[in-house]
Structures are given as C-alpha cells and as structure tokens.
Design a protein around this ligand. Sequence first.
Ligand SMILES: Cc1cc2nc3c(=O)[nH]c(=O)nc-3n(C[C@H](O)[C@H](O)[C@H](O)COP(=O)(O)OP(=O)(O)OC[C@H]3O[C@@H](n4cnc5c(N)ncnc54)[C@H](O)[C@@H]3O)c2cc1C
Ligand SMILES: NC(=O)c1ccc[n+]([C@@H]2O[C@H](COP(=O)([O-])OP(=O)(O)OC[C@H]3O[C@@H](n4cnc5c(N)ncnc54)[C@H](OP(=O)(O)O)[C@@H]3O)[C@@H](O)[C@H]2O)c1
Length: 259
Amino acid sequence: MAAAPEAKFTEEHVLWVKQHTPKLITFAISRPESYRFSAGQFSRLGFRDGEGFIWRAYSVVSAEYADTLEYFAVLIEDGPMSAKFAEMKAGDTILLDKTATGFLLPERFPDGKDLVMLCTGSGIAPFLSILEQPEIWQRFERLALVHSVSYPQELIFNQRLADLKDHPLIGEYLDKFRFIPVTTRAETEGALSMKRIPELLANGSLAAHLGCTFNQADTRFMICGNPAMVKDTFQTLLDLGFTMHRNRLPGQIMMENGF
Ligand SMILES: Cc1cc2nc3c(=O)[nH]c(=O)nc-3n(C[C@H](O)[C@H](O)[C@H](O)COP(=O)(O)OP(=O)(O)OC[C@H]3O[C@@H](n4cnc5c(N)ncnc54)[C@H](O)[C@@H]3O)c2cc1C
Ligand SMILES: NC(=O)c1ccc[n+]([C@@H]2O[C@H](COP(=O)([O-])OP(=O)(O)OC[C@H]3O[C@@H](n4cnc5c(N)ncnc54)[C@H](OP(=O)(O)O)[C@@H]3O)[C@@H](O)[C@H]2O)c1
C-alpha cells in the first residue's frame, strides 16, 4: 500500500490569546523549528471543522528570529474563522501550513532611502514584523509607519512601537522612525484625524507631517490593508507620479490586499 502523502501542515499549540477590544485579538502559537518565513509574509492557519478544515491567511507579526509565531486578528461578525478565534484559548491545537507566502518584502526594492509603510486595520501586521528586522534599519535612512483605523481604541500597538527603542537589535536605530496613527472617524490627540490615507497623500499633509517631500529617487511605499484602501492609495500614488515596483522594472510602490 502506498504511504500516505506527508501532511502539508503541522499541529501547533496556542500559547496565549490577548483580547484588546471586542473585535481585536493578538495570539501566539508554537513555531516548528523547520518553519521559515520572511518578514512581511503570511501563514495559513487552520482548524479541523466537522469532517473537513477551515483555513485562512494571517500575516506573521513576529520577527524572523522569534521562537514563537504571533498574529493579529480582527474578528468579523459572522465570520467562520473569527468564530473559531473568539473561542480559542491557550493550549488549543491550531494547524499551520508548512509554507509561508507573500511578496510584501522590502528587500525587493533595490534602491531608495525612505520607506513609507501605509496600512489600515490588520494590515499593520506585516510591518510589525518588518520593523523588527535589523537589516531594514541598516538599509533605509528613514522609516515611517502610517496606520489608519476608524477609532482611537483600535490603535493597540502604540506601546509596542514605543518600546522598539529598547529592542536589543534595533533600538539604536529608532531615531530614524516615525509612527503616524490616523483615526478616520474621531478626532484623536497625537493622530492625524478625520481623513483617510489617500487624501492625506494627495493633499500633501502626510509628507508635511513627516517633514519631507516624497520623490521617485528616495521614497519607497509599501501598502497593506483593506482592498479598497489598497486600490485607492495605489491610484493616488500613480497620480502623484510613482509607479508599481516589479522585479524587472523597478518602481516605488509595493502592495498587498490585507484580506
Ligand atoms: C494575504 C492575507 C493576509 C491576511 N492577514 C490577516 C491578518 O493578519 N489579520 C487578520 O485579521 N486578517 C487577515 N486576513 C484575513 C483573514 O484571512 C480572514 O479573512 C479574516 O480573519 C476573516 O475570516 P472569517 O472566516 O472570520 O471571515 P471571512 O468569511 O473570511 O471574511 C468575511 C469578510 O470580512 C471582511 N474581512 C476579512 N478580513 C478582514 C480584516 N482583517 N479586517 C477587516 N475586514 C476583514 C471582508 O469583507 C470579508 O469578505 C488576511 C487575508 C489575506 C488574503
Ligand atoms: N458597519 C460599519 O460602519 C463598519 C465600520 C467599520 C468596519 N466595519 C466592518 O468591521 C470589520 C473590521 O473593520 P476594520 O475597521 O478593522 O477595518 P476597515 O473597515 O478596513 O477600516 C480600517 C481603516 O481603513 C480605512 N479605510 C476603509 N476604506 C478605505 C479606503 N478606500 N481608502 C482609505 N482608507 C480606507 C477606514 O476608514 P473609515 O473609518 O473612514 O472607513 C479605517 O480607517 C470589517 O468587516 C468591516 O467591513 C463595519
């Protein structure tokens, strides 16, 4: 009898789950020694579901060198995977596809001095991983992370980002970094408020806030989030004269739909 095909996934343990708001959770799972990913990529996570399985994509939040795998999930009303996550607790089994995927990789930009990461909602996840890689800080002169959410209570990573200054591998570079929170449905102190990312790009207020000009020679953009935001932001950057980055035809924009 032929041997059963090797499983394409491993069975991992949920290590912890933290609920930040009724719809925002972070959690960590065990990492098999053989699991490899590049910062910016996503995992496929699954659960057994009746006779079959349920699988969804989640960007890895952890650094490439972390011992465990951390994720950030937005719980969607009536979403099948969200229902599993809402019940998930430490010690539960979770399935991890053996292969990580994705091309939202800053090292694909062959040049540029300033990296501007634009995201909405859970689209911040790949950038949290990218920011913990020392190479990115050596590679770029300035890094900016712009995170748009509707309300201030959804800005759950403020402390984590502030704590990067004490990170043993990247703390020394933090004077290169600017975090710009954006709240689109409420005025928030310390955040750009009541405007979405495409408008902040088009009217020049984002560049002014960063104290720089965006230009083709120096600026590289990475976009991740709501598919409508990715589309609108991409179009805005095209209108401003930037182009899509392709390996054979270098440009200034790299993007990924966050769902
Ligand atoms: C490449 C990739 C990476 C992803 N990374 C993440 C991640 O890091 N964190 C995460 O929470 N989700 C992520 N997602 C979305 C995730 O795979 C699931 O779709 C999501 O968790 C909802 O699953 P569900 O079964 O509950 O609902 P689904 O039936 O899958 O989705 C229902 C609807 O909810 C909306 N939706 C789905 N995901 C989101 C979201 N993240 N934020 C706002 N609205 C959403 C969409 O309108 C979708 O049609 C990613 C998706 C892709 C394709
Ligand atoms: N019923 C509602 O009113 C409502 C509201 C929010 C979310 N939701 C649902 O709740 C779930 C989670 O949503 P979420 O808030 O985490 O994610 P989200 O809907 O993607 O919103 C995150 C951020 O993206 C912004 N955004 C949305 N479309 C954009 C575009 N085309 N261009 C630029 N920015 C854009 C939002 O601005 P805005 O705040 O201006 O939209 C917000 O700042 C989703 O299923 C979503 O559909 C429902």
